[in-house]
Design a protein around this ligand. Structure first.
Ligand SMILES: Cc1cc2nc3c(=O)[nH]c(=O)nc-3n(C[C@H](O)[C@H](O)[C@H](O)COP(=O)(O)OP(=O)(O)OC[C@H]3O[C@@H](n4cnc5c(N)ncnc54)[C@H](O)[C@@H]3O)c2cc1C
Length: 477
């Protein structure tokens, strides 16, 4: 575990004390309204996956979601979910392997990742994509995101956002199984005693507080990218940065669990390189994956657009104005439905020719035309000798041409609660806390120092399922 800033540590001490006081009482001070075998905190992809599996294992399950609707950051995902060895890759003759997926993930994470957790994610990734598909999701299109050696990013045919596809599929599966979903219900405390987690304290939107007794608790509350004061406390360089996250991504688990659990790599916070300044709309990596290039204000390319997010973010911040432009043509636009959303949101600048586009952007047209011509030559040659871009799907040659101004914003919090391969939460002393499981962005270790695009969804579904299965088994013991 890395060291935190002193400020974060002292926050934990105070919160830890409060927690100990809360834990000391075996009898909650407010009404116990209900009792469930498995209480899932958080209705994002991780929590909903846990709920489906726990219900399938015969447990009674409640999902507590603090926002007015389920979905969390999962609902925002547009790029895709990674998996190695799926039937969809087979159909497209894509030669992939679990070992290659592990190697890409470890290298992308600068080898800081927990190899055991990465191994589980990669090994179970194909089964999880098939599981989602069998529940009704369309993940049959396969593309690639930065840092991957082969195409393994599974997405909806036609490019519709993958997050909504997954959330709506899981929500329906949860409802079909009779799981109780309570929206607008925020968990404020996880009650634990010497035997482990046994209840949660909940606050309704109207302020009412109540307690649910639990056979087991699954923490799936997501990350803390939307709390800039917490982000900046950990990494002062990110003070004032925008975020791609939904506003509920405020790291509630950090307050709830304090120093009673192990925290892994909390200081590893990822910026996403292509976020529209001020509007905070993330332009999916699939735009680059499908062929867009990136140019600076001078019309020049400056980076391998498909490099890892930390590298591309740094390169943009080194550009004049600390932003850059994604540039693409009509063919790229037609290849990805997500681009239509950006057009409707008025984020896209258009020009009939590259010269027209350059004029719109107040950019030297000769430089932009040269950058595109050189890129098209690289596509024809099948090799980008200037920047080493590994994937060159199509030339940019069919007008109109388009551009979106982008820059880095806080996107993913790689660190979080320490878990083992069974999704059991590790206490501060590394011992397992009985009855307490965690999955998804709230956990740390899978992504190391840098998450590869498409790996978060693989992580949350794989470990959400594991948490659900094991929480149900724990209550049935
Ligand atoms: C714009 C965007 C695009 C992305 N695109 C991709 C992509 O294409 N591929 C990919 O792999 N990853 C992507 N990611 C990352 C990925 O979506 C997330 O890491 C992942 O969905 C997190 O899932 P989760 O279930 O852990 O958390 P979430 O989906 O965030 O769900 C957590 C839920 O817990 C709720 N909650 C929090 N605290 C409490 C509490 N105290 N009580 C009750 N409920 C609580 C929250 O409101 C939220 O609904 C993207 C992220 C963003 C922001």
């Amino acid at each position: 575990m890395k060291t935190f800033s002193t400020a974060v540590l002292s926050l934990f001490v105070v919160l830890g004390l409060a927690l100990v006081l809360g834990c000391a009482q075996d009898t909650p001070t407010v009404a116990v309204e209900d009792s469930f075998d498995v209480v899932v905190i958080g209705g994002g992809g991780g929590g909903l996956s846990a709920a489906v599996e726990a219900a399938d294992a015969g447990a009674s399950v409640v999902v507590l979601e603090k926002m007015p609707g389920v979905g969390g950051n999962t609902m925002y995902a547009t790029g895709g979910i990674n998996a190695a060895g799926t039937r969809f890759q087979d159909a497209l003759d894509i030669d992939d392997s679990v070992d290659l997926f592990i190697a890409d993930t470890m290298s992308g994470g600068r080898e800081l990742n927990n190899p055991e957790l990465v191994n589980i994610m990669a090994t179970q990734s194909a089964d999880s994509v098939h599981w989602l598909t069998d529940l009704g999701a369309d993940l049959s299109d396969v593309g690639r995101m930065g840092g991957h050696s082969v195409n393994r990013t599974h997405r909806v045919t036609g490019g519709a956002p993958v997050g909504a596809e997954i959330v709506l599929t899981l929500e329906q599966a949860v409802l079909d199984r009779g799981v109780d979903i309570r929206e607008g219900n925020q968990v404020t405390e996880i009650l634990m005693n010497r035997d482990g987690a046994y209840a949660v304290r909940v606050q309704r939107i109207n302020g009412e507080v109540y307690v649910i007794r639990a056979g087991a608790v699954v923490v799936a509350t997501g990350g803390f990218g939307a709390d800039n004061s917490l982000v900046a406390e950990i990494d002062p360089e990110l003070l004032g940065f925008g975020t791609t996250n939904h506003r509920g991504a405020t790291g509630d688990a950090i307050e709830m669990l304090g120093d009673s659990v192990t925290w892994i790599d909390l200081e590893q916070i990822q910026t996403h390189p292509t976020v529209v300044p001020e509007r905070n709309v993330m332009i999916t990596e699939a735009v680059r994956g499908n062929g867009a290039i990136m140019v600076g204000r001078g019309g020049n390319r400056f980076v391998n657009e498909l490099g890892t997010r930390d590298v591309v973010s740094e390169a943009i911040l080194a550009q004049p104005g600390q932003t850059a432009f994604l540039v693409f043509d009509q063919e790229v636009r037609e290849s990805l439905a997500a681009i239509e959303t950006y057009v409707r949101q008025r984020l896209v600048v258009e020009g009939e020719s590259l010269a027209d586009l350059a004029a719109e952007l107040d950019m030297p047209s000769a430089a932009l035309e040269q950058a595109v011509a050189e890129y098209n030559e690289a596509v024809a040659a099948g090799e980008d000798t200037t920047f080493g871009r590994p994937q060159l799907p199509r030339p940019l040659q069919r007008g109109p041409y388009y551009a979106v101004e982008i820059g880095p914003a806080v996107h993913h919090t790689m660190g979080g609660i320490g878990i083992n391969t069974s999704a059991q939460v590790l206490g501060a002393n590394q011992a397992i806390i009985p009855g307490l499981y965690a999955a998804g962005e709230v956990t740390g270790g899978v992504h190391g120092a840098n998450r590869l695009g498409g790996n978060a969804l693989a992580d949350i579904i794989v470990f959400g399922r594991i948490a659900g299965v094991n929480a149900a088994a724990y209550t049935a013991r």
